[in-house]
Design a protein. Structure first.
Length: 112
């Protein structure tokens, strides 16, 4: 999928992680792939719990932003991936911090 969209994906220190944490990081990566309509670069740092996307016209839908932060009143199908990330993060004992600019998106897991 990433190759079809001209997206370069780099994994940093991800080889030692398994289970729910990896599923959470993968879900964050899927959001980043969706956010790069014109291609770009994704860096996955499992040690830091960061997924960074950068590229021309990087975009993050309002539905995903709301769902990842847990602020959805009436869910729709567009919220589903963000809600999955939110629920996994809660199960993992973390929150997801979002930083979004027109050409950069950072999703970081923060333990609480």
């Amino acid at each position: 999928m990433a190759k079809l969209k001209s997206v370069e994906v780099l994994f940093i220190h991800a080889e030692d992680y398994q289970g729910e944490y990896v599923r959470l990081v993968l879900a964050l990566t899927l959001v980043c792939l969706e956010s790069l309509p014109r291609g770009g670069k994704i860096i996955i740092d499992a040690d830091q719990g960061n997924v960074t996307a950068s590229g021309e016209k990087c975009y993050l839908s309002k539905e995903i932003q709301d769902a990842v932060s847990g602020s959805v009143d009436v869910p729709s199908s567009r919220h589903s991936l963000g809600m999955l990330i939110y629920n996994w993060a809660k199960n993992f004992g973390a929150t997801v911090n979002l930083e979004h600019e027109p050409t950069k998106l950072v999703l970081a897991l923060v333990k609480f």
